[in-house]
Structure formats: structure tokens, C-alpha cells
Design a protein around this ligand. Sequence first.
Ligand SMILES: [Zn+2]
Length: 501
Amino acid sequence: MRWTAKACLSLILCEILVSLPSCRKRTPVGAPPPVRPEEISGLQQELQKPYLELFEISPNLRYSKKQIDSMREYLQKGEQYCLDQFKGHAEKYSAEIAQVQKELKQRGSAVPEGERHEMHCKIQQLRVLESQATVLSQSAIPVAYDNRLARLDLIESWPVQVQTIKGDIASGAYGNRRWGNVKDIGFREIAPNQRDDIRAGEEAIKQMKQSGMSLPEVKDEAVVNYVKSVGERVAKHSDLRVPLHLALLNSKEINAFALPGGYLFIERGLLDAADDEAELAGVIGHEIAHVTARHSHKLMKKATIAGIFYQAAQIAAIVFTGGVAGIGTYYALQYGFYGLGLVLNLNLLGVSREYELEADQLGVQYTWNAGYDPTGFIRFFDKIATKKGYVEGASWFRTHPPFYTRMVDTQREIMFLPEKPNYVVTTDAFKQMKKALVKMDQAATKDEKNKPLLYDYSREEGCAPPKKFEFEPNQPIEQLCHSPKLVRVEQASESAAQPNK
Ligand SMILES: [Zn+2]
């Protein structure tokens, strides 16, 4: 997981993101948004419901095939419309940038310094808007629609699926599934020679340290020890055969990732996003599963060790500057990604569609075996995809299997696991941690305002903050896609400098 979701998902939103009615110019692009047929408005409500609820209620829902097909068509058209809009925006911003650059070049030293400053500011802001539009069209919008379509598929297919699952349970056939031997967790071999990965993980971390950058770890010992204790509990009930090294990074990103050999990184934002201990344990279980199954090793067989170093240096650079998401959505978007998750090499993290499904399965087994409510993973995943922001969470879902497959496979696995009494959902220690986190977040927010910008070598200082962005934090996809408006970037001295415009 790359709850890299996210990146992580940056939760604290700058005041500058508040939208102001500065949008003077409306640009109609292509066809109007699709109109929802009347007969599917009830179905529309169902698609807002959490996956866990849909697993429960879908066998009793009565929607006709025509309604389902009609909704699917409506969603597909909506996605295409939305993608076209934001692709169009990106092109327009790009053209505007070129225009200002051209003007700067033509007028050369004749441009007064004040005006030059304003033009630089304008380019800067247009670049932000352009990369926002690009992030939206390349990852966030597809993620949001995949999430909606998966719910529709679930409503359509789960009632039949659940009968098959119950049949498999009744006949005992479920025991023959891959890694069905859950009573032997800890004594079975998911992938041989786990220990061989320790060196790769150590090298990556050594490289970070050698480059003179220290990872900003959370200093609050109680919080760190708490997270480590959850990690240890899951690890003890897993197939892990290497020591677990868990580090808590002081970054706003909603993310967790494992390097080869048992080096697990959890970012502060993930603790913010988790609502109970079972959710946190679910994420940790998933990451531990990537290690026990040696996914990174399998993917990196052909990769060079230099590749690992390069990745490590990137991790260091980003974490050192506070994390991309740590700098805030505004700047993160400027670079077209949200955090570590989008920068890290997927091979290094062992992420591929097939391996994600395996990590989901094993991770749920480990959290279940540790006594946690195994549905915590589904709840967390759903929340990141749906509420916390399909935009900020985009990196979490990068190259991940379709939502439908992930959710259904995970639910099936949970149903196959022997029920345990008294699952842990949350603990007092979790609640204590959340209290400590509030203070930490406040301190970090203050701190982040003064952080240098990642890769932003040529930043123009003293520009007025942008009045509007392509995306408002926590904006629902329906709202985002319904009538996307191009943002008009003002140039303070524009009217004075260009009276003819
Ligand atoms: Zn994963």
C-alpha cells in the first residue's frame, strides 16, 4: 500500500485554498455534462454508501439490469466528460504560460522590474494550475470513477458471489485457496530466504544517511512506541522472519511503505487518517505482507543496485524537506504528485497489481491472527478512496488493482477466516495517541510554512497567494466534474502594463 495514499492525503488545508469568486472567464469546452436519467437517482444514493454496508445490503437491493446499465453508462460518460475538461484546462494553462514567456522574451530588458516580477508570479501560478489539472486527469479522476463503478459492480454481482462463497465454506473448498492454511501462519513459507532482503533494505537506508540527510522522525516517544507496539503485535502473528524496523516519519502524507528486509515506514498523516487501531493494524499487516512475500525482491531481480540508491536518495530528499504532502497540497500539486508514494519506485516497494492482491490477502490474515477486526483494512481503504480525497490519495492507488477486485477479494478472505471472539477494534492507547497527534499536527503545520520548496529552485518570492485552484480540498468528484471552470490568473500590474488588453 502505498498508502502512499495518499498520500498520501494531505489533511491540513491551507487557508489559501479557500476559493474566491475570482473566476471571470467561463470557458465552455466541448459537450455539456451528461444528464442523469431519472430512473437511477435512487441508485445514485447507494453509490455513496461504504463498501462494508454494500456487502450487507446488496443482496436485498432490487435494481433492474436496465437501471444498472444506465448508471454505468452515465458514470462512464461523466468520467470522459470530466477528463476532457481537465485535459483541456491543462492545455490552456500551458498555452498561457507560453504566451507570457514569449512576451518576456520579446520585450526583453524593456520590461520594468515590477512588471517582470508580476509576470514571473503569473507563470508560477499557471504552472501550479497546469500540474493540478494534469494530476486530476491522469490519476485522481480515474481513481474516483473506478471507486464509484466498483460499487455499482458490487451491487450487481455480490449477491451471486456471496452464494458461491457460502457454498465454498459449506463444502470446505475454501481451505484450498492460495494461503488458505491460516492455522499455520508463522510456520509456512510465503517466499524463501526473507533474510536475503535485509541487505537491500539496509543499503537503501545507509545511502540516505550518507547523503547527509536525516529522516524527520516523530520525536514523541509515547506515540512512536505505541505505533511500534501495534507493529510488533501484527508481526508476531505474521509470517515475518526478519526483525521489524518501524519508523514513524513526521510527514502529513497518508502513507505507509515497506522497504525490503523489514524496514517499515509509517507517515504521520496515516495516523491522522486512521479512526481506530484495527484500521492502523490493517495497513501495517498489508505492508508486512509485502515483506514476507518478498515482493520487492521478485520485482527487482533485474534492477540494479544503483537503482535502489537513486530511490533512496529521492526518499531522503523528499523526507528531508518535510515531505511533498507535508509542504501542502498547493506545492505538492505543483510537481504533479503527492508524496513519497508517487516518487518511489514501485519495484522497490514491491507494488504490482498481482502483489497488491496477495498483500491484501496476507495482510488481512495477519491482522485477524493478531486479534484485530479484519474489516479495519476495508474501512480504511474505503475512507482514503472516498472521503479523505481521491485526489490526495491518488498515489495510494497507483497501479493498484481495480477497486472492485480488491474489495471483493478482501471481503471474501475475511469470510473464509475462522471467526474469533472479541476482535480488537480500538484501544485506550490508540485514543491517547490521537490526542498527542493533535498537538504534533499543529506544530508541524506552523513549521511547514517556512520549509524550503522541493525542487523549486527558481521560485519567485513575494507573489500574492493564488486565489483559486483547480481543486478544492475534499471536493466531491460530482462537484468537481459537474462544471469545471478554468481559473483566470490575474497579473497585478496587467491592466496598467497592457492597456489594450
Ligand atoms: Zn501495497
